[in-house]
Write a protein that binds this ligand. Structure first.
Ligand code: SF4
Ligand code: SF4
Length: 191
């Protein structure tokens, strides 16, 4: 029968030579390959004691930012939740009361804000959608857990601390285009 391609090979059923029959050379050559790997640079690292440097564009655990005075930036507009392709974000909005100006930057704030880290695909769409620069992805990794409930990250984990040393630096996530956008006075409400 005419073959469809010329890739087929004729199988030769030739007898094994004595050299091939004793198998030792083949075993030794296999061991040489194994042993050569002992002297190569190990590609694995002892995580979590050792950590690799992440790329500048790495997107890890989210942070909900505070402004320079320590007030929460999030105004519970819900744009991040709408933009999220994994439907990982939920929140409940509340109205800021008199005397809470130092806690919340806007008149409306997120009384609860939750991200389901098991759903999240770390795409960064929430960060792009946020008009208040309230949510950013960081170079931190989500910790491994034994139960699913621990992956629901609420404000106690997401909101950064007020102290200087607990602030999360997000400058490398603020692209030149974003910084340029912030200069426009007509977009003041988006700061
Ligand atoms: S990074 Fe993407 S998937 Fe994760 S919460 Fe934000 S928008 Fe949703
Ligand atoms: S994080 Fe940003 S987009 Fe999401 S609710 Fe808060 S202000 Fe709106």
């Amino acid at each position: 029968m005419q073959p469809l391609t010329n890739r087929s090979k004729v199988v030769v059923n030739k007898k094994m030579s004595l050299y091939e029959k004793i198998y030792l050379p083949a075993i030794l050559s296999g061991m040489m390959i194994t042993m050569s790997h002992f002297f190569r640079k190990k590609p694995t690292i002892q995580y979590p004691e050792q950590k690799r440097e992440f790329s500048g564009t790495y997107r890890g655990q989210h942070v909900l930012k505070r402004d320079e005075n320590g007030a929460e930036r999030c105004t519970a507009c819900g744009l991040c939740a709408v933009a999220c392709p994994a439907e990982a974000i939920t929140m409940v909005a509340a109205e800021r009361k008199k005397g809470e100006e130092k806690l919340y930057r806007e008149e409306k704030y997120a009384a609860t804000y939750e991200i389901n880290m098991l759903r999240c695909i770390f795409c960064g769409d929430c960060e792009d959608a946020c008009p208040k620069e309230a949510i950013f992805l960081t170079d931190r990794t989500v910790k491994p857990e034994n139960n699913r409930g621990s992956f629901f990250y609420a404000k106690d984990i997401l909101v950064e601390g007020t102290e200087k040393e607990k602030r999360i630096d997000v400058t490398r996530r603020q692209t030149a285009a974003v910084l340029e956008f912030k200069k426009h006075k007509e977009f003041d409400h988006n700061r």
